[in-house]
Design a protein around this ligand. Structure first.
Ligand SMILES: Cc1ncc(C[n+]2csc(CCOP(=O)(O)OP(=O)(O)O)c2C)c(N)n1
Ligand SMILES: [Mg+2]
Length: 380
């Protein structure tokens, strides 16, 4: 059941909101009554968490650091390989946004389904995809996660409950709600998490999906990764209400604003919101403010933002922040963290070799893996 103190039912709200009758006698129009603010907005922007306050052990912190480093090093190498024309098609890098993927994954159960847009390498790696299958997918090789037929935008790993990798802006949001619905229907207790960019918030698909998520009380978190830009268009230029989390009010659900440059804050917010969704079937719209350090994709002259802005944001680098925390709290020293970096680099280098050596998918496999159902009509 919805919490009525925070979310009054529509009928009651409508009754209270009815405008007063204008008194004609004094000649003045009565000002309309204001609607009581029943919004359930949560701010996760203050920071100040410690690993103790969050109940995180040293091993888990080091695992978070490793995960973020793997995503960063993997993509730096992917960018190089793109330059050498080993990767074709699009390549959208997640560099700068790693606290979002890592903080979320650590806050969820490994069986909670997740789904995202085309900027998908970070989330896939954070969820447990290997560097080998990921690099091979970028190279279009048969050992890739989608057998080389998906490429950068279509990572997919059912075993790890990662449902892709989607190229149509906003297209995966209704699927996220469907994943949440399936969990509720089957009684699995899972919470689905659907990621999308700030550019997707104005798509009809978001609004239709958000409405049903709240109406059907679906355990789903709709996570808007607001990195400030949709290609070259800033949020301020394209959205009438740039506080994107406020869209939650229109759908009678929790809205949350989260600092996405701090992995502890993301972890804290997502853990609380996932618990609420799991235990009370309450969906939420979660706006996580983050920043991508690279262009929209590989061919982006980035004329829409200043060097000063980028430099300022680089001072907020979530990986450097976690590293400083680990050292300050004597949980690791520089040598240990460098060793993690070396291990990750070796793993990524090996993945390039693996991808080079993997064959291209044979032509006759072209129509395989298009539909799950093997006898689906229209397949030649
Ligand atoms: C329906 C649709 N319209 C337009 C495009 C072209 N397009 C690809 S990415 C993109 C910008 C999306 O930005 P955002 O949602 O903020 O995600 P980000 O790239 O910042 O991660 C657009 C308009 C598309 N893929 N799908
Ligand atoms: Mg964006």
């Amino acid at each position: 059941m919805a919490d009525e103190t925070k979310n009054p039912p529509r009928k009651r709200a409508a009754k209270k909101a009815a405008p007063k009758k204008t008194s004609a006698s004094n000649g003045k129009a009565a000002s309309p009554q204001t609607v009581p603010d029943a919004a359930d907005f949560r701010m996760y922007t203050e920071g100040g968490h410690t690993h103790e306050s969050l109940g995180l052990e040293k091993d888990e912190l080091l695992e978070m650091y490793r995960s973020m480093m793997l995503q960063r090093r993997f993509e730096e190498r992917a960018a190089q390989m793109y330059g050498r024309q080993k990767i074709s098609g699009f390549l959208h890098l997640y560099i700068g946004q790693e606290a979002v993927s890592t903080g979320t994954i650590h806050a969820l159960e490994p069986t909670d389904p997740i789904i995202t847009a085309y900027r998908d390498h970070g989330l896939g790696l954070a969820r447990g995809m290997t560097a080998n299958e990921s690099m091979a997918e970028l190279f279009g090789k048969i050992d890739g996660s989608s057998r080389g037929k998906g490429g950068s935008m279509h990572f997919f790993d059912v075993e790890h409950h990662f449902y892709g990798g989607h190229g149509i802006v906003g297209g995966q949001i209704p699927l996220a709600v469907g994943l949440g619905f399936a969990g509720k229907y089957k009684g699995t207790g899972a919470v689905a998490v659907g990621f999308f960019g700030d550019g997707a918030i104005n798509q009809g698909a978001f609004h239709e999906a958000a409405n049903l998520a709240a109406l059907y009380e679906i355990p789903v978190l709709l996570v808007c990764e607001n990195n400030g830009y949709a290609m070259g268009t800033s949020v301020d230029r394209s959205v009438s209400q740039p506080d994107l989390y406020k869209q939650a009010y229109g759908y009678n659900m929790t809205g949350a604003l989260v600092d996405g440059m701090d992995v502890f804050t993301v972890y804290h917010a997502m853990r609380e919101l996932a618990k609420q969704a799991r235990e009370e079937n309450k969906p939420a719209l979660v706006e996580i403010r983050t920043y991508r350090y690279r262009g929209h994709s590989m061919s982006d002259p980035q004329k829409y933002r200043t060097k000063e802005e980028m430099e300022a944001k680089k001072n907020e680098d979530p990986i450097i922040k976690l590293k400083a925390y680990l050292i300050d709290h004597k949980l690791a020293d520089n040598a240990q963290l460098d060793a993690i970096d070396d291990e990750v680099k070796a793993e990524v280098n090996a993945s390039v070799e693996f991808a080079e050596n993997s064959p291209y998918p044979p032509l006759e496999t072209m129509y395989e893996d298009v539909y799950v159902q093997e006898d689906y009509p229209f397949i030649v």
